[in-house]
Design a protein around this ligand. Structure first.
Ligand code: NAG
Ligand code: NAG
Ligand code: NAG
Ligand code: NAG
Ligand code: NAG
Length: 510
């Protein structure tokens, strides 16, 4: 008998060890995200100024695949009550949106404040709070005022003060109600992808100095707004603030490429994190060394990576209360073969590292071929952040999967979210990484930058042919609300029958 009991207990313990916990910790929060230019529309409504996306899309030079614009987009400028309603229907703990700089400051500068713009975000924030949904606000999601763009944008050091001035206005308007902030969204995309490719804002191809000047000024501008928040607002209102970084996980292509992969991560993630999150501040030392070597070999007399003064290092170091992760893709890295052109960093490889990037073999993709389904990369990325920067609190501020067409039965997206959430749980319970939030990109279909309206990330479909811009839940919306309700990865939430039944309860056909 006792042997039987012993075995029984043994098996229970074993099962306990083998079956990963499916339940999220009590402090874990779920949300969904959008950004101003992608959903608002109202591009010239009520005194809004012009930003670089307004300009670039109006010029129709074939940068946007369907030559579309965000002039109306999902019309959230007028339909924001619908967005709040569906955020509530989903059961979201928070809704992450961004503020359009020129909707508040039409010229980009503080000489004029647009009352209608102020009221728009104020009403949105109040409506969310009334439904018990926390607003998480991004100050800058790529929609630079044209006047600041024309003055050199992120390559002009004056942008540090201009961004600080803008941030102070926003904090003074909303910090009494908004308690979680991110300053700049995915700087690696605007600096590296932007200046390297020339096919994205700022619509300038200058891969030699552009990405690095932009990189440094983004870090300083972020730090400036953090310092302003810290000195002038935090004591009155509390709150936390960080920067949302796009982390594309880099793995070695073969065991010989382990060191190169680490250099790749420092080039991609470290350049936007080390200055803020490391003990020493400044650029990652390995990148500083590499950039100096490459620059001298190219005939420049100093590194193309602009140095930080000691004062600047101190100014930037420690300017984040948590780490905000936008996570989508994975690359394998290998050295370029003799004579092989590594192409451009963030697209195909890196001239600076003389390395080539490839997606992992044998993976499936979302509609956007930029996103291979490779869930275990997320756990590795989170573990890497902890190893590099210590036991910092992490919030995943974006993760998502695109489909095309109406596609209400988006079961592949459900699998995607479920698999990535499994990795989040492993991070929390196996690796003791302090992840406390997960955000789906996106709440609703929107203007997906160069993909125009062809790439659809929404939990809710938006009918862009309908003047009302009707929002309809996809299966993924029902799945996500089920997970949120259960606070766990309950397999019932994945079942087709359950999803179809629920869609009928909501009076539409999946
Ligand atoms: C978009 O505009 C460009 C430039 O005018 C044109 O060459 C291209 O055919 C257009 N594409 C579509 C899908 O309309
Ligand atoms: C990838 O798939 C191909 C064809 O299905 C197969 O031959 C190959 O072995 C796979 N490679 C890996 C790394 O799994
Ligand atoms: C995780 O971070 C949150 C927010 O900073 C903090 O309240 C919590 O105590 C941390 N949890 C652990 C296990 O360190
Ligand atoms: C999963 O859903 C079922 C069916 O409603 C419920 O009985 C069960 O408690 C849920 N499991 C967890 C772990 O929440
Ligand atoms: C506790 C809880 O919220 N349970 C829910 C889990 O999800 C199922 C659907 O799969 C609901 O029916 C339960 O009420």
């Amino acid at each position: 008998d006792s042997i039987f009991v012993f075995n029984y207990v043994f098996i229970l313990v074993l099962v306990g060890l083998l079956v990963p916990c499916r339940r999220f910790p009590p402090n874990f929060k779920f949300g969904a995200s959008t950004s101003a230019y992608q959903v608002e529309g109202g591009w010239n409504a009520d005194g809004k100024g012009v930003n670089i996306w307004d300009r670039i899309t109006h010029e129709h030079r074939g940068l946007i695949v369907d030559n579309s614009t965000g002039d109306v987009a999902a019309d959230s400028y007028h339909k924001w009550r619908e967005d709040v309603r569906i955020a509530k229907e989903l059961g979201l703990d928070f809704y992450r949106f961004s503020i359009s700089w020129v909707r508040i400051l039409p010229s980009g500068f503080t000489n004029e404040i647009n009352k209608a713009g102020v009221k728009y975000y104020s009403d949105l924030i109040d409506a969310l709070l009334a439904e018990g949904i926390e607003p998480i606000v991004t100050l800058y999601h790529w929609d630079l005022p044209v006047r600041i763009h024309d003055l050199g944008g992120w390559t002009n050091p004056s942008i540090v003060d201009w961004f600080g001035d803008y941030a102070r206005v926003i904090f003074s308007l909303y910090a009494n109600r908004v308690k979680t902030w991110t300053t700049i969204n995915e700087a690696v995309v605007l600096c590296d992808f932007g200046y390297n490719s020339g096919i994205f804002v700022p619509d300038i191809k200058e891969p030699i100095f552009g990405p690095y000047l932009c990189n440094k000024h983004v870090l300083l501008a972020h730090a400036k707004s953090y310092r302003i928040f810290d000195r002038e607002f935090r004591h009155k209102y509390g709150g936390r603030i960080s920067i949302s970084n796009h982390l594309l996980w880099i793995e070695p292509s073969s065991p010989q490429d382990v060191e190169l992969a680490e250099l790749g991560r420092e080039h991609l993630v470290g350049r936007y994190s080390h200055a803020i999150f490391s003990k020493d501040g400044g650029w990652p030392p390995s990148i500083e060394k590499q950039m100096l070597k490459v620059s001298l070999a190219q005939g420049y007399k100093e590194s193309r990576l602009p140095p930080f003064t000691e004062e600047e290092k101190k100014f930037v170091r420690g300017t984040a209360d948590f780490y905000a992760v936008n996570f989508y893709a994975t690359y394998l890295i290998r050295p370029a073969k003799p004579g092989e052109d590594p192409g451009l960093w963030f697209l195909t490889g890196s001239p600076e590292l003389n390395a080539v990037l490839e997606h992992p073999p044998n993976v499936s993709y979302s509609f956007s071929k930029l996103i291979p389904v490779y869930p275990k990369a997320l756990r590795r990325q989170l573990a890497w952040l902890k190893k590099q920067y210590g036991d910092i609190n992490i919030i995943i501020t974006e993760n998502g999967f695109s489909v095309s067409g109406v596609h209400l039965e988006d079961y592949k997206k459900i699998q995607f979210i479920n698999q990535y959430l499994e990795q989040v749980l492993l991070s929390i319970y196996e690796d003791n990484v302090n992840v406390t939030g997960y955000t789906v990109w996106s709440l609703i279909d929107n203007f997906e930058w160069m993909d125009g309206y062809t790439s659809k990330y929404g939990l809710y479909h938006v009918n862009f042919d309908d003047p009302e811009r009707k929002r309809t839940p996809r299966a993924s919306a029902i799945y996500f609300s089920c997970v949120i309700k259960n606070r766990s990865l309950n397999d019932t939430c994945l079942e087709k029958n359950y999803l179809i039944e629920q869609s009928k309860l909501r009076r539409y056909e999946l």
